[in-house]
Each structure stands twice: as structure tokens, then as C-alpha cells.
Design a protein around this ligand. Structure first.
Ligand SMILES: *Cc1c(COP(=O)(O)O)cnc(C)c1O
Length: 262
């Protein structure tokens, strides 16, 4: 099995699914197929269709955008009829089917999935562009900010229909500045998870990705000054005012002030 998560959490790094599918074909033998399995949680079924790019199975954490209200835990797998039969048989052994109430809440949520994802992505685009210009932001990790990397930009053009609503950025400084910033937010809640109607912020290195060794974190591009945002459906102006006052609470570092004077 080739198992990939694209865009990857929390860096928005993209994986070339067509290249992975070619690799799977290369290593497959008649008695041992190689399956390409893609975690499509970040862009969801609205903004990326991995089955069209050679994936055998698409996975979702339905806890995120599909559920969308941070009030259920579920997962989903999509595949061909033949593979779904095998997956369903395994589910019977494992007992991982969701309860009726979760199923009912998911049905409710799917009615607004496209509306929620489009609204959140529109806000995220405005916020990401604003963050990129902010003096306290060293760099952004966002799918329309890939000018520095033509390979990633090419994958984006082939696979993605929108940059989505997950933004990461490196705040100027280090862990202390990231913590100060996160603690100063008032509207945006400090929490893991993502894809809900409410905006969330978190510190990947010590929260979602804390079980990864510091060396592996660095290799994955997870820095100590990285902040991850999940943009919700609130007014983007309110979100930017909150981010702005949190930046002000951190204060302008000395080297930025010197650069401004120069
Ligand atoms: C949250 C998440 C998962 C895990 O899903 P749960 O519903 O929390 O079990 C897997 N992949 C991605 C990309 C996620 O964001």
C-alpha cells in the first residue's frame, strides 16, 4: 500500500498522486496489487478528487469538514465496488461502523458541506494574503502561495480546485512568540481538530504533532514558530481583527523595528 495525505497536515505539502499511481503500477504483481490510498481530509470531496488521479481508496476524517460542526467523530472510505466489499467485510470484523445518531448528524451536515467549504476557503484566501504581508509573519504555508516552488504549484494546478481553508504560518521568533500569540487570541479558539464552522488555532509542534520527534518534525517542515489556522465561516474581518490584536500583544521584535527605521 502507498498511503499519502495531501495536502499534508500542517504544512499543506502536496503529493503528486499521478506519480504515486505510476509507482503503484510499477511495483504491483498479478497476485500482489499495490493500492494507492489517499487521505483527502484537508480539501474534502468539494476541492480535490483523488480517484480521478489514480487513487484506489480515498479516506476522510468525517470529524472535520464533512461533519463540520465539531460535534461528531467518524471516518469514511470511498473506492471501487470490489474494494468496498473487502473494506466493508473488514469493518464487520473490526466493528467500526458509526452509530445511528452520528449517521443522522452527518446527513444533516452534508447538506451544507459545499456552502461551508466555499465560504471558509474564500475567507482563508483573504486572510492568508493578509498574513503574508504582516511584519510579524516570516512565511505562510498556503496553496496559492507556492510561487517559490514550481513543482508544488504544478501539482496544485493538476489536483486542486481551491486552496481550501487550512493556513499555517511561521511567526517571527520562536516557540515563545507562537505561544504568546495563541494565548492572546480571543475569537479564534485554541484547539486541535479542524474543518468546523468556528475558526481554530493551534501549535503543531507541541499539540497535533507532539508525538513526532523534533528531528522528524524539522524534516517534515514543522517549525517551533509554526501556527496552524482552520478558518471557519465567520466574517473574515472579525478574524483578521482578532489575529491583528494577538500580533500586537506579541509586539514588534527588535530586528523588524530596526529594518523599518532603515
Ligand atoms: C483529524 C485527521 C485524521 C484523524 O481523524 P479522526 O476523525 O480524528 O480519527 C486523519 N487525517 C487527517 C488529515 C486529519 O486531519
Amino acid at each position: 500500500m502507498i498511503f499519502v495525505e495531501t495536502p499534508a497536515n500542517p504544512t499543506n505539502h502536496l503529493v503528486d498522486l499521478e506519480a504515486c499511481a505510476a509507482l503503484a503500477r510499477q511495483y504491483a504483481t498479478p497476485d500482489k496489487p499495490v493500492r494507492l490510498v489517499v487521505d483527502n481530509t484537508f480539501l474534502g470531496p468539494v476541492f480535490q478528487h483523488p480517484l480521478k488521479h489514480g487513487a484506489d481508496v480515498v479516506l476522510y476524517s468525517a470529524t472535520k469538514f464533512l461533519g463540520g460542526h465539531s460535534d461528531l467523530i467518524a471516518g469514511a472510505a470511498l473506492s471501487s465496488k470490489a474494494l468496498m466489499k473487502e473494506i466493508k467485510a473488514m469493518r464487520t470484523f473490526m466493528g467500526t461502523m458509526c452509530d445511528p445518531n452520528t449517521g443522522w448528524m452527518l446527513m444533516r451536515s452534508l447538506e451544507t458541506l459545499k456552502l461551508r467549504m466555499e465560504r471558509a476557503a474564500a475567507s482563508a484566501q483573504v486572510i492568508a494574503d493578509w498574513l503574508r504581508e504582516h511584519p510579524l509573519v516570516e512565511r505562510t504555508y498556503y496553496l496559492t502561495h507556492l510561487e517559490h516552488c514550481p513543482v508544488q504549484q504544478d501539482i496544485y494546478r493538476r489536483h486542486c480546485l481551491s486552496p481550501g481553508s487550512m493556513i499555517s504560518f511561521d511567526i517571527r521568533g520562536g516557540e515563545a512568540e507562537a505561544f504568546h500569540f495563541l494565548n492572546a487570541l480571543r475569537l479564534i479558539k485554541l484547539a486541535v481538530s479542524l474543518g468546523g464552522t468556528e475558526s481554530l488555532a493551534e501549535h503543531p509542534a507541541t499539540m497535533t504533532h507532539s508525538d513526532i520527534t523534533p528531528a522528524d518534525q524539522l524534516q517534515m517542515g514543522i517549525t517551533s514558530q509554526m501556527v496552524r489556522l482552520s478558518i471557519g465561516v465567520e466574517d473574515p474581518q472579525d478574524l483578521m481583527l482578532d489575529l491583528s490584536q494577538a500580533f500586537e500583544a506579541v509586539g514588534i521584535p527588535k530586528e523588524v523595528r530596526v529594518a523599518e527605521l532603515a
